[in-house]
Design a protein around this ligand. Structure first.
Ligand code: FMN
Length: 188
């Protein structure tokens, strides 16, 4: 499968079969994350691989929702998928000098680095026939407590990982002309 096929074919998957993920496939998706580029090669990412059911239940209880009448659909995905990978980052490494000064007005670049690594991971998972969904809407402090994350590390995002048990239609995307400008912002 070439990269564009994986990019076009990947969907957010929130229903999973109970079929386990092989240690080889798990290793391959983590290796894809490891190979991602990062700020000054700082590799600030850390990954917690959660397979124990009670831990997955605890993670699912940390979810927030955009609509108070509906559960974040990521919660059921995390409860039911055989694996959930939680992406964490060392604080003040990416985008910072060794003295702890930010290089840019954006400050932390760890969100960017972790996003790049997680996209490597989810595309590789798709190429292996596995489903994932990027998840960011949860109580990060609670997840840090559940996982026993140390002070200098923060939780950024997570994804369940497993064999899809649903077929998802592609969600719409904006046309290129709506999002791409020439030479100056807003210029077609
Ligand atoms: C940073 C980020 C956070 C997301 N958080 C959630 C989430 O908390 N719960 C959820 O069900 N989906 C979440 N998603 C998945 C998006 O809803 C999904 O990617 C989007 O609707 C496009 O659908 P597609 O991935 O199938 O193309 C998140 C995606 C990203 C990139």
């Amino acid at each position: 499968m070439d990269v564009m096929q994986a990019i076009r074919g990947r969907r957010s998957i929130r229903k999973f079969k109970s079929t386990p993920v092989s240690p080889e496939d798990l290793n391959t998706v983590l290796e894809a994350a490891r190979q991602a580029p990062s700020w000054a090669n700082s590799q600030c990412w850390r990954f917690v691989v959660v397979t124990e059911q009670e831990m997955k239940n605890q993670l699912a209880r940390c979810f927030l929702s955009r609509d108070p009448t509906r559960e974040n659909r990521g919660a059921v995905a995390v409860r039911t998928a055989p694996v959930t990978i939680v992406a964490c980052a060392q604080k003040k490494k990416s985008g910072y000098s060794s003295a702890g000064t930010p290089f840019t007005v954006r400050g932390e670049w760890s969100m960017y680095d972790v996003g790049v690594a997680m996209q490597n991971l989810v595309l590789t998972a798709f190429a292996l026939g596995l489903g994932t969904v990027h998840i960011g809407l949860f109580d990060h402090k609670k997840v840090e407590e559940v996982l026993g994350v140390p002070e200098d590390i923060e939780v950024i995002a997570m994804t369940p990982l497993g064999y899809p048990d649903e077929a998802i239609e592609p969600r719409p995307r904006k046309e290129l002309k709506e999002i791409v400008f020439r030479n100056k912002y807003g210029q077609q």
